[in-house]
Structures are given as C-alpha cells and as structure tokens.
Design a protein around this ligand. Structure first.
Ligand code: HEC
Length: 455
C-alpha cells in the first residue's frame, strides 16, 4: 500500500520535527518548500517510533550497492546467454556429416577447449537426463531491479520520483501511477501479442513504439525526470521478464511434457515463445541504456527527455536489427553508420542553448560570488556540505561539497550540468530552487565562475 510506504519514506525522516535537532533554520526553509508536503498538516503524522524505523542512509546505501551488484551480474548473465543463443542460431550450419534429426552444427573454441553444438530440427527422440533451462538470470534481474526501484524510487519517492516543478502529486499517487504503468504495459502488450497485429512485424513495431513513446511522454509529465526514465526501463524490463515467465518458459515446459508423453509438441507454443524472444531481443539495447541513464543528465534532464529516450531506443533497436539481419546473411551496410550519424545528430539537436534565456535579459550585470554562495548555501548545501543536514546527503557524492567559494568555483562545470543546463538538482527540487536562481547560477558560470572577492 502506498500509504504504508509513505510512512517509511525519506520524507518522514526529513520532516522538520526531526530536523529541528539538527538545524532549525534549514528545517524551516525546507518546510516552506515542498519537502514535507506529504506529511505536514496531516492527522496521521508519523510518531517518533515510526520515524526511527525508517532505514538509515547507510543501510540504504549498502542495500542499494548489494542489489545493484546482483542486478548487474544477473542482467549480464541474462543478456549474455540471450546474445549467445542468438549468435548460435545465426551461425549454425547443416552438419558436414548428416545425422538423424540434427539440422545444424557449430564448432567453437573457447578457454582452451573445443565445443560442438548440435541443433535439432524437431525435438530429439529422447530427452537427456539433464536438460538446462535459462530462466533464473531473467527472474533474478527482474526481482533485484524491482527491489531497487522500491528502495530508491518508492521509499525515496519524495526525492527521486516526485518533482513539484513537474506536477504536484504526492508520493502515494506517484507510486500508484508507477506500479500501474508497469502492470498496464504488460496487459496491453500481451493483448497486442495475441492479436492478429503480432503477425505483421513492422506495423506491430510501429504501434508498440508509438505507445511506449506516449507513455514516456506521459510519465515525464507526472514524475521527476529520473523517475520517468527509470520507469520506462522497469517497464521494458518487466515485459521482457514476464515474457520469459508467462510465455517462453511455460511454452517450453509444455513441449517437454508432450515429448515425455510421447506426443508431438504443439508448434504454436514454440511460435509464441519465438515471437516473445524476438521482442526481448529488440528491447535489450534500449533497456541497457536506461539502466545507466542516471549518469546522463543531458538526456534525462532535457526538456524533451521523452523524445531523446525515444530516439535512443530507436537507435538501439535498429542496431540490434543490423546484427539480426547479418545473422541471416543479409548485409545492410548503411545501418551502423546511420546509427552513428543519428547519435551525432541527437547530440547536436539536444545541445543546450548558449543564448541566455529571456528572463536573463538584464544579464549585463555581474553576478557576485556572494549571491551564488547564498543560493548554494540554502538550496544545495543541506546535502552537499561537510556537515549536511539532510538525510539524503549520505547518498550524495563525497566530492561534491559546496561549503566554500573555492569548492563552489571548482565545481562550476558540474553545477552547470545539473542545475542550469538541466534541472536534475536539487534532487526532487526539495529545496525549491527557482528558475531565476538557475539563471543567476548560469550567468555566473558563463561569466567565468569568478570567485574573487568584491566582484
Ligand atoms: C536532497 C539532497 C540534495 C540537494 C538539496 C542537492 N543535491 Fe546534488 N546530489 C544529491 C545526491 C544524493 C547526489 C548523488 C547522485 C544522484 O543521485 O544523482 C547528488 C549529486 C550531485 C552532483 C553530482 C552529479 C554528477 O553526476 O556530477 C552534483 C554536481 C550536484 N549534486 C549538484 C547539486 C547542486 C548544484 C545543488 C543545488 C542547486 C544540489 N546538488 C542539491 C543530493 C542533493
């Protein structure tokens, strides 16, 4: 229940009552802004005991590390096996010496040993004692991914999911929308797969792409930019994992069961599985980008972040298509250079405008370091300080400390990237940095980020 999650979320431990102990002034400033909107004034304000039961930042950070590590390992294993089997399918050739039932053969050398893989055209007459399945890679990737989603974006919904400058929804509503998007996406996708459309690859791909882009657009209107991106990743990852769980593995199980009973396996099961495998194949590269996307504020923090995501997904899918065609012996020499040109074009069209925005028309006047320092002190240093007062500060990078003007000056470029060119900081805009303040920071940086006294 979202309500239950809210009472455990970071916003409760960062509410003014708690923070009073640490810094009354900052707590008051934060309270004026949006930090405590989901708890302040409500009758069910959590008690001190409830607050104490919230995860402390160090525990959260280590849980994050552990889950993310497993997520990456399982994901690498999943994608690795899937790429490997694709590769086998593309390179296997009819055996040199024909053998009964064997439609393809492939020799390889790896790690000092020779391997021969045989592919059966139809099911083998007899099943071996041990038959290996590939499913736990997928399940574990999904389980750890969802756990991370909950840990970071749902428990920390106020920071990572909700952004009051995007929409004024509470954490509970945001989480409901997030979960709804994942479940809804599966229902619609599954219906599309069972419809006649699925037999026509190009119209199917167009419909799925348009729908996914519409969802991405919608999510960027209700969530903070990172929350929107990660939900698109979680959504595609969910489709892929549920494809394995609900269609591919049950289909294979039915085939094996039929064979055990000496019956002919139902070819429809095989076809349905193959279709979903193919979809998974095209989703891999876009999902891999989204998994790492939180490193790229120029993408997720861009005003047209949904369109950038759509473009990158297209570039990823078409790149995958190149390898699929190549596997079938069809060379398409223009695809990879086309993808490279598209990347360059995307970087170009999405570049930040250097022209000062309209609100900085009076940009002739210099911005002094005092003004900058005052803004940073109030809006950033609650987290980015040697003595931070905000619970989320434990997750902030230790090299981003902005207590002195020298530190601020040295960080000018990075401040520019996250608070001027994009609006990804402050996290969830909890301290309510205004557009005017961003413009002031931007002007100071464009003027050379001078930290000299008296300027
Ligand atoms: C609520 C706490 C909080 C506030 C307020 C905050 N930050 Fe951050 N900041 C973080 C956390 C946590 C990270 C760690 C990485 C992440 O989640 O992106 C971070 C990361 C950063 C980074 C490193 C990102 C990178 O990839 O280089 C910069 C730069 C930064 N913040 C600048 C700012 C500036 C400038 C402000 C004020 C306008 C600000 N932050 C306000 C919590 C905060």
């Amino acid at each position: 229940m979202p309500v239950g999650v809210t009472t455990l979320s970071l916003d409760t431990i960062s509410c003014p009552v708690f923070m009073e102990v640490q810094n009354k002034a900052i707590a008051a400033a934060l309270h004026e802004h949006t930090l405590c909107r989901s708890v302040s004034g409500s009758a069910d304000q959590p008690t001190v005991t409830e607050r104490a039961s919230a995860l402390d930042p160090n525990t959260t950070a280590w849980l994050d590390l552990t889950l993310r590590w497993i997520h990456l390992i399982a994901g690498a294993a999943w994608i690795g096996t899937s790429f490997y089997f694709n590769w086998i399918n593309h390179h296997i050739r009819p055996p040199e010496i024909p053998r009964e039932g064997v439609s393809g053969e492939l020799w390889s050398v790896h790690g000092g040993a020779f391997y021969r893989v045989e592919k059966f055209g139809v099911a083998p007459k007899q099943l071996p004692k041990t038959l290996h399945w590939f499913k736990w890679e997928a399940y574990l990737t999904w389980i750890t991914g969802i756990a991370l989603l909950i840990l970071i974006y749902y428990v920390g919904a106020d920071l990572y999911l909700v952004d009051p400058s995007v929409s004024d929804i509470g954490s509970g509503t945001a989480i409901t929308i997030g979960v709804g998007a994942l479940v809804g996406a599966w229902i619609i996708y599954d219906l599309l797969c069972k419809s006649p459309l699925s037999a026509r690859p190009i119209p199917f791909a167009v419909v799925v792409f348009v729908l996914a882009t519409a969802v991405a657009f919608g999510l960027t209107r209700v969530f903070g930019s990172r929350g929107a991106y990660i939900h698109m990743g979680a959504m595609l990852g969910t489709l892929m994992a549920v494809n394995v769980f609900m269609v591919i593995i049950p289909g294979q199980r039915a085939m094996v069961d039929a064979m055990m009973k000496g019956l002919e396996p139902d070819a429809r099961e095989g076809r349905a599985g193959a279709l979903r495998s193919l979809h998974n194949n095209y989703m891999t590269l876009p999902v891999l980008f989204i998994m790492t996307s939180s490193h790229y504020p120029m993408a997720y923090g861009h005003a047209a972040n949904w369109a950038i995501l759509a473009a990158l997904a297209l570039i990823g899918a078409i790149t995958r298509h190149y390898f699929n065609l190549k596997g079938k012996g069809r060379e398409s020499p223009w695809i990879l250079p086309g993808a490279a040109v598209a990347m360059i074009a995307l970087a170009f069209v999405s570049r930040p405008s250097v022209a000062p925005s309209a609100s900085t028309a009076s940009s002739a006047e210099h911005v002094s370091i005092e003004v900058v320092q005052a803004i940073i002190q109030e809006k950033c240093a609650v987290c980015h300080s040697a003595n931070p007062s905000h619970p989320a500060a434990a997750a902030a990078p230790p090299d981003v400390i902005m207590d002195t003007r020298e530190q601020i000056g040295a960080l000018a470029e990075r401040i520019n990237a996250v608070a001027v060119l994009s609006a990804t900081m402050p996290l969830g805009n909890v301290t309510g940095l205004t557009q005017e303040e961003r413009d002031v920071l931007g002007r100071w940086i464009r003027d050379g980020a001078n930290i000299g006294a008296g300027r």
